[in-house]
Write a protein that binds this ligand. Sequence first.
Ligand code: PEP
Ligand code: MN
Length: 346
Amino acid sequence: MMIIMKPGSTQVEIEHVIEEIKEHGLTPHLSVGEDHTVIGAVGDTHAVETAVFEVLDGVESVIRISQPYKLASRQFHPKNSIFPLDGFNVGGNEITIIAGPCSVESREQLIETALAVKAAGAHALRGGVFKPRTSPYTFQGLGEEGLELVAEARQVTGMPVVVEITSITQLDLMIKYVDVIQVGARNMQNFALLSALGKIQTPILLKRGMSATIEELLMASEYILSGGNPRVMLCERGIRTFETATRNTTDINAIPVLKSLTHLPVILDPSHSTGHADYVTAVARAAIAAGADGLIIEVHPDPAHALSDGRQSLKPEKFVELVKQVRLIAEAMGRNLSPVATAQTA
Ligand code: PEP
Ligand code: MN
């Protein structure tokens, strides 16, 4: 619990609050700020009503920080977390767009897609090389060879690269080649992997499990944050519902809910959340209108022949249109796309 004192509250009032905290079996932690004195009440606060402190003289407000996801919580860190990624910021007023193929298939496919998404205004390139496929008989990704292609695409375009990790054994390779490590939906609760990612400083894009609650997503992020890696972006990528018209159901609610619960940047993946190229742009617009800090979009020069997720992949010309529309929505919301995007399309 956090007890925020009114500006100018007296020493006697502060001491009285501290006594009251102790009387409830809690431990007081005093923090004297420029404007406000804040007193933390740490311990089992479940049975303690906030009103116990709210009525005391000098108290402005009382906030519970009893959420299990303490480090991810906005109460712990009220301002948005903003961190730099090769020339632009994630989590600030500017929107980040990550785009590229579901899987890295070949040099030609990757470089062509990378140049196209960059020209359209993307800030970072995505491309999977270790693919978590439902069937063991489908394309599993190019592995390390794919990472070398990703490094080449990075060199050619100057864009940072986002690649999914599927096993802790890939960690050294990932650190060597990749700017942002993606944890896919299927690994959101791979706790050993999350803990290992907490011990490095590479930014992490943590996707929501397809049957995970928002609280479970935040708890997963807590594994990374508590290990010492503060650079976590959360990604809503659709959840499983009874609906079959789309591959998943975009939980658009998750965006404002996450933005209110956590200071971490929130990204939406309308490619996986809809599963259909025809719906991706509309849901991307909705995400920005709902307050998302960015998008991750699958783009392929020849979706009909993609080795994975062709049905939901946009052709480059459709992606150009998506970026234009998203920019308009961002501006309507008082936000912008990152300047890198503006420069690319100017
Ligand atoms: C992907 O990004 O290609 C992917 C496998 O995503 P998800 O984990 O959201 O299914
Ligand atoms: Mn995919």
